[in-house]
Design a protein around this ligand. Structure first.
Ligand SMILES: [Zn+2]
Ligand SMILES: [Zn+2]
Length: 369
């Protein structure tokens, strides 16, 4: 079956324009400018670390959310304080006393303000003001609402609801963040408010800093390197030395310490977990034991940096790795050209890049289809 002679829904004039590697049909026709406005107003942002929807909450939303817990649940409400070594702790404790508070949490441990340990000016601390210990009940609504307000004002828009589980060490109690700012509730990643600039790959405000809005890079192709349908245990990373004795031991140690599941397909990992695999875990040290029972420590620098370094070190290796190198979608923005806040791991982002992708990503999406 076929239909012929259908008029195009949108027709654009052919014109000669200055060549710019960032130009697309969308930017040349200026349709993209309207879409940026639409996206800034209507899009739901997603956390680039854990792919959860990110939203703002009002104090009333947070109170209602807390009241959704089963009646009788006990919670500790706290406010994270932005403590820096330059702040005099005694002044801070005095300010908290003035606000009517009696307890603080330092690195997860609770102290009354009268027996706080001395803080070292060289160490870093997570300090939270304990605002209230509440029991969930509709009858307590106004007290909970007041405490939420106080916690939000002390925490400049952010507060914590801590679940005091008596079976667990207090430093491991479950903490849920609530924020009046645009922030992820799970990991606390905070985002800029979305504006049309957030979606502009022609400006430093919106472009991906790694490819400066071009969307591609010359480098190792993740598609060639990783089989997304396989799990790490099954050998999803093609270059991983599974055959060698240390390969599986190191992989196990990294997965255990970072909570990256080794038995689910790589495509099901969160963006943050995939980024750890590709770009490493900074200066963190992992421990593992070799077959002779000797313990050793190592750092995980990530697949991309490791391969890049390897090709620089030896011409033979460079030749061996050549099949893995290609003009590929920028790994930082996944080819979307936008920075982390503007590129979403969901249909909305696909919507934008599907309409305005460059020639390269067009080929890619055709291949995917
Ligand atoms: Zn998150
Ligand atoms: Zn990029």
């Amino acid at each position: 079956e076929r239909i012929e002679g259908l008029a195009p829904a949108i027709a654009i004039e052919q014109k000669t324009v200055a060549h710019n590697p960032r130009s697309t049909v969308g930017t040349v026709t200026e349709i993209y400018d309207y879409l940026r406005v639409l996206m800034a107003r209507l899009a739901t942002p997603y956390c680039p670390e854990c792919d959860n929807p990110v939203s703002t909450q009002t104090a009333v939303d947070i109170t209602n959310h807390l009241l959704d817990f089963p009646e009788g649940t006990r919670l500790v409400l706290a406010a994270p304080l932005h403590w820096q070594p330059t702040i005099d702790p005694d002044n801070l404790w005095q300010d908290l006393r003035t606000s009517g508070l009696v307890r603080v949490r330092i690195n997860g441990k609770m102290y009354t303000l009268d027996d706080v340990p001395r803080l070292s000016s060289t160490a870093s601390y997570d300090i939270e003001a304990v605002v209230d210990r509440i029991t969930i009940s509709e009858a307590n609504r106004s007290r909970i609402a007041d405490s939420v307000e106080l916690a939000l004002s002390l925490g400049t828009g952010v507060m914590l609801a801590i679940d005091p589980d008596s079976d667990e060490d207090e430093t491991r109690w479950k903490v849920v963040r609530h924020s009046q700012l645009l922030a992820c509730r799970k990991c606390g990643y905070s985002m800029q408010t979305l504006t049309p600039h957030s979606f502009s790959f022609n400006s430093p405000l919106g472009w991906c800093p790694d490819c400066e809005g071009i969307g591609t890079q010359t480098g190792t192709s993740p598609a060639l390197l990783i089989d997304p349908g396989m799990s790490l245990n099954e050998g999803a990373i093609r270059m991983w030395p599974i055959a060698s004795e240390l390969g599986p031991v190191m992989l196990h140690s990294i997965c255990k310490a970072t909570s990256i599941p080794a038995d689910v397909p790589v495509e099901k990992l969160t963006s943050g977990q995939r980024r750890m695999l590709l770009y490493g875990t900074d200066d963190r040290w992992f421990r593992a034991t070799n077959a002779k029972g000797v313990e050793f420590e190592f750092q995980w620098k990530g697949l991309f940096p490791t391969l890049e370094q390897a090709t620089r070190l030896s011409p033979q290796l460079r030749q061996k790795l050549a099949p893995f190198v290609a003009e590929v979608a920028c790994a930082a923005c996944d080819g979307s050209r936008l920075n982390r806040d503007g590129h979403f791991k969901n249909s909305q982002r696909n919507f934008l890049s599907a309409i305005f992708c460059n020639e390269y990503s067009l080929q890619q999406s055709r291949r995917r289809l």
